[in-house]
Structure formats: C-alpha cells, structure tokens
Ligand binder design. Structure first.
Ligand SMILES: [Zn+2]
Length: 113
C-alpha cells in the first residue's frame, strides 16, 4: 500500500494555448496587425472595372487585401493607389462600398476629436 502521489504527471501543461492570430499587412499604413483589427477586401471585376468589396469572412478564395478598420488607413490607401498594387491590375476601381463603410464609421466615431 505504497501510493506515491508525487509521481503523478503534472496536469495543465497545455493550459497556455495562446491563440496566435496570423498577422496581415494593411495596404494603407503598411503595418502588420491581427485579422480581427482589419477588414478583408476583395476585388470583383465587373464591366472592366474592379469593384472593391468588404468580405465579412475570410473564407472566400481569391485575391484579397487587408486594411485596418481605420479611415486614415483608407485615406492612405487611396492616396498611394494601394488597391492597384494589392490587386495587381490597371483597371479602374470602384470603392464606393468602402467609402460608405468608412464614412459611416467616421460619423459614428466622432467623439472628442
Ligand atoms: Zn493600417
């Protein structure tokens, strides 16, 4: 009747499962961040122009780009034609969907600024 409890394996060694989100590069500020801080963009070609859409999930295949949920990053991306670079095309872009999204963010995010 010699039970040696001290030889029990230590439980909880895998308790520190840090959820490591893969980081993405913002096409606006060029900084890397986790996906949860960013919007995934997708370009859909219609009538010889590329329509930039916001992808709610990253499940869709195809070429995508990432941008912070920050109007400043959007402004930067527009300025430096980051969309053409990100989607590797010379077609004109329709970014009205993005504009709407960021515009509404700006107006609702207008406290103490
Ligand atoms: Zn950014």
């Amino acid at each position: 009747m010699s039970k040696n409890l001290s030889s029990m394996p230590v439980l909880g060694t895998q308790a520190s499962a840090v959820a490591q989100e893969p980081s993405r590069t913002c096409i606006g500020c060029k900084n890397k961040d986790v996906r949860s801080q960013m919007l995934r963009l997708k370009a859909v070609e219609t009538d010889l122009r590329m329509r930039i859409r916001i992808e709610p999930h990253s499940a869709t295949l195809g070429r995508g780009a990432w941008i912070h949920k920050n109007p400043r990053c959007f402004a930067q991306a527009r300025k430096r034609r980051a969309f053409s670079v990100a989607f590797r095309t010379s077609l004109p872009f329709d970014i009205s969907e993005l504009t709407d999204a960021f515009d509404s963010q700006i107006s609702t995010n207008n406290e103490s600024g």
